[in-house]
Ligand binder design. Structure first.
Ligand code: TXA
Ligand code: MG
Length: 319
């Protein structure tokens, strides 16, 4: 791998200070969160936000998630109703994003909201990300730090594999603990809509809110980012298959023959944390062995399994 002009920063006070000062200059930095690495820029700067779209090669209608250190900072930008406040106190900081109505004078670049009158906000739990947010002191826009349509990054190495030379720096905070993007909810008095399954399991949310209104239709613009082939490796992905075909790479779950496994013990949390790096590895292995497909073992459709199956279905979608 070549290391263009992208600096690698350490998760120490010097690295955190450097990341914050690059953000203040309008530069882009790959930052670790507990879900996936984010491609971070100053959310009030049109130039920084435009650079995010450019670095990702991302469709313009896809709005960006804004990352903030605390609820007071959220209230300056957006309005939180009772449902939003209850979710925030139960699950923030953590792998949850709330889509909230914007407040007048929010100061965000229009590129962040893509013209919507709502904004997606997250309070990440990762201590390094929180330290950068506190040092920088403003809202940070950060989509997942991968080129558009490719697998989300759960290590600094994945960020460099996709974006080396296209961003100022990556802060190496190790592997992401959750390994799946945040769950996205739109809380309303009349019921909370689930826009994207993610690192916070639906069951945990519904224990607080009651049944969610499912609104995760792929390709829908109000819940964008869910373009069907969003998570695609280069090699075609086939789901629920245990075929023993030497021309394929078998990605396993639980016992049984496999070239790579999401979790040998059949643990959904371990599988979620491994998902994107396993897809990266399977893709590289397929290229090396000239395999024509990646076959993925069936994953149970409950808890984090639902978010894993959602990502896998997108990876397997026709391009
Ligand atoms: O875990 C995560 O959420 C990661 C880390 C870096 O925080 N970020 C992430 O961002 O996954 P991104 O840009 O890859 O996904 C953002 C999702 C997209 O599906 C986008 O369309 C949706 O959030 N979104 C943003 N603003 C929205 C809005 N106002 N209404 C509905 N969906 C929105
Ligand atoms: Mg993404």
């Amino acid at each position: 791998m070549t290391h263009g002009k992208t600096e690698t920063l350490l998760p120490d006070p010097a690295g955190i200070a450097r990341a914050a000062s690059l953000l203040a200059e309008g530069q882009l930095v790959g930052l670790p969160t507990e879900t996936v690495y984010g491609l971070a820029g100053d959310a009030t700067s049109d130039m920084a936000c435009a650079r995010i779209f450019e670095a990702k090669g991302r469709p313009r209608f896809n709005p960006l998630i804004v990352h903030l250190p605390g609820v007071e900072a959220v209230e300056r930008i957006a309005r939180m109703n009772a449902a939003a406040l209850a979710l925030a106190s139960a699950f923030w900081p953590g792998p949850l994003t709330l889509v909230l109505p914007l407040r007048e004078g929010h100061g965000l670049s229009p590129l962040v909201t893509a013209g919507l009158d709502t904004v997606a906000i997250r309070l990440p739990a990762h201590p390094v990300m929180r330290a950068v947010l506190a040092t920088f002191g403003g809202p940070v826009a950060a989509p997942s730090a991968n080129p558009s349509g490719r697998i989300s990054p759960s290590t600094a190495g994945h960020v460099l594999a996709g974006l080396d030379g296209r961003i100022a720096a990556v802060l190496d905070g190790g592997a992401c603990e959750v390994g799946l993007e945040s769950t996205i909810l739109a809380p309303a008095e009349t019921g909370t809509r689930l826009l994207r399954e993610g690192g916070l399991p639906r069951e945990a949310i519904e224990a607080l809110t009651g049944p969610l209104i499912l609104d995760t239709t792929p390709g829908k613009v109000q819940a964008p980012g869910q373009l069907s082939s969003h998570y695609a490796p280069r090699t075609p992905v086939v789901l629920g298959s245990a075929l023993d075909d030497p021309g394929t790479i078998r990605l396993g779950f639980g016992p049984g023959p496999a070239d790579l496994t999401l979790s040998e013990g059949g643990d959904l949390v371990e599988a979620a944390a491994n998902l994107f790096s396993a897809l990266h590895k399977a893709d590289d292995l397929a290229t090396a062995r000239k395999a024509h497909a990646i076959h993925v073992a069936p994953i149970p459709d409950h808890g984090l399994g639902r978010a894993i199956n959602d990502r896998l279905a997108r990876a397997a979608a026709p391009r």
